[in-house]
Design a protein. Structure first.
Length: 386
């Protein structure tokens, strides 16, 4: 029986993780959760999982209220509470399904304690991948990516010799606006942006998919997870999102992973420590497919992806700035304050104002993140049309 802490229990990945744990209650027990804004869902989760011993909430007021209501459960609150939850709750795996920078310190804390980390919060690797890897080396913790592309790459790389591999090829849908002209992008609405062509996901990642910042993050994620250089991690636009990624070998042959566009496949693979298990998802019907389509990547259409390349080349603290400026800009777009095309403008301006620290410590990363947040807010204020 594997005891699990689930951070970000009410998001898209969090809910699907709950379902898998419940469907496999002989293998998993949910012992701790964290909830952000959707605290109204807490009672439902507690009634589904009597195994829950600890809960971390975002706000102090909610903490006081629920602590009194459920005296047998240990409650924590705030960002610090996420770390206390992990420290004080006995478990063997933490599933990190938080969104944004807030996921970084819990990820680092998890692997520092030698606990296995199932990671949907790819931002953790973007901002502090080196530090996370150093801790893993020290403690022997394992990292399993909850990301369809990286799950696919893990499967294709299994048992292969590194010298036989030419490139990793990450597929990308091209997002909500892949068929829009550059002119049309100037005036797209939030509703249009939230319509992803093939995956159903949370709001932040759906916007990151439209701008392809998500793909930039996934390149960084792949470099850290599999130890390849930037020029060996390629991106291929693929409309149907059925080929989840490919490995290209030195003899020009490929291995790819094909499957349904259902995140449960990747979640289950991570929970079972990179192995397959019976899963109740709709299988693919190849006879109903209208072919597989691919497009050439046009970076002019995806300035955020160009900025991700720039941050990767700069290295050190630059990806941390990339992440925070993007986070601020995307939430500002989601609130209707700035235009879709302003997202890349904010990121670009913050990134070029940053002086890179080549090997940032944890403290450096926290400072750089705060600096990037303030700088982004300053630029956003200028762009907002009140
Ligand atoms: Mg992905």
């Amino acid at each position: 029986m594997k005891e699990i802490i689930l951070l970000g229990a009410t998001g898209s990945i969090g809910k699907q993780t709950q379902d898998i744990i419940l469907d496999n209650s002989n293998d998993f027990s949910l012992v701790g959760i964290s909830i952000g804004n959707q605290v109204n869902l807490l009672e439902g989760i507690i009634s589904r999982f009597s195994s829950i011993k600890s809960v971390c909430l975002k706000n102090y007021q909610d903490f006081l209220e629920y602590k009194e209501k459920y005296p047998s459960i240990n409650f924590y609150y705030g960002d610090e509470g996420l770390l206390e939850l992990i420290t004080n709750t006995s478990c063997s795996m933490v599933v990190n399904a938080l969104v944004g920078f807030v996921g970084f310190l819990p990820s680092l804390h998890t692997v520092s304690k030698g606990l296995d980390l199932a990671l949907a919060n790819k931002e953790s690797l973007v901002v502090g991948g080196e530090l996370i890897k150093q801790e893993i080396k020290k403690t022997g913790a394992h990292l399993y990516a909850i990301d369809s592309e990286h799950c696919a790459l893990s499967k294709c790389l299994e048992g292969k010799k590194k010298e036989d591999i030419k490139n990793l090829v990450i597929t990308a849908s091209g997002g909500s606006f892949r068929d829009y002209s550059l002119n049309e992008l100037e005036n797209v609405t939030l509703k249009e942006a939230l319509k992803h062509p093939s995956w159903s996901m949370g709001n932040k990642i759906t916007i990151d998919s439209a701008t392809m910042m998500n793909k930039g993050f996934e390149i960084i994620e792949a470099m850290h997870l599999f130890g390849f250089s930037l020029d060996q991690v390629k991106v291929l636009l693929h409309d149907e999102s059925i080929i989840h990624s490919l490995v290209e070998f030195i003899d020009n042959s490929y291995l790819c992973d094909i499957g349904p566009t259902d995140m449960k496949v990747a979640i289950s693979y991570a929970l079972y420590q990179n192995s397959r298990h019976l899963l109740n998802v709709e299988p693919l019907d190849f006879t109903k497919l209208n072919g597989l389509h691919f497009r050439k990547l046009d970076l002019e259409r995806y300035p955020c992806l160009s900025l991700a390349y720039e941050a990767i080349r700069k290295g050190g603290s630059a990806p941390c700035v990339l992440n925070r400026s993007n986070e601020e800009a995307v939430y500002s777009f989601l609130k209707g304050e700035i235009k879709y095309t302003d997202i890349s403008k904010v990121v670009q301006e913050v990134l070029s104002a940053h002086e890179v620290i080549s090997s940032p410590t944890k403290e450096d990363i926290i400072k750089v993140d705060t600096w990037a947040k303030n700088k982004s807010e300053e630029i956003i204020r200028r762009l907002v049309k009140w």
